[in-house]
Design a protein around this ligand. Structure first.
Ligand SMILES: [Zn+2]
Length: 133
């Protein structure tokens, strides 16, 4: 009995050790806005941020620029939203994508919302028009 317990505790310890080492070597958290790898992530609303963008996220007025669905059969729309985000980021307009999932007609639908700062809204709309429509 004692032997069984000690074997069990060794197994538990080994499992925990493996999990910890995986966590350490696993992919680093990315900033929700600039997507840089973070060695010291800051968390807000369940998202990770670099220190610059934590400030932007918390104090900015965000507005929905575009909302679209992507399914496994039609992932294209999601790709476009991601392209628009990349373009706006390159032009130093902070933006981020919120992802929601829904089960609809026996399919998982990914709902993506691209958020931009209110002050950049019109410029972002003009710039991303060709990508998102
Ligand atoms: Zn950042």
């Amino acid at each position: 009995m004692t032997l069984a317990i000690s074997i069990l505790s060794i197994l538990v310890c080994a499992t925990i050790a493996i999990k910890l080492s995986r966590k350490k070597d696993g992919p680093k958290e990315l900033c929700l806005i600039c997507e840089q790898e973070l060695s010291d992530p800051h968390y807000q609303d369940g998202h990770a941020f670099c220190s610059t963008h934590l400030h932007v996220y918390k104090h900015g007025k965000w507005k929905l620029l575009h909302k679209g669905n992507a399914t496994s059969e039609d992932p294209e729309h999601g790709v476009s939203i991601y392209k628009a985000k990349t373009l706006l980021s390159q032009l130093e307009m902070p933006c981020y994508i919120v992802v929601d999932y829904e089960f609809k007609d026996e399919n998982f639908v990914t709902i993506m919302s691209l958020m931009v700062l209110e002050e950049n809204f019109e410029r972002a709309q003009t710039l991303s028009k060709s990508i998102l429509n």
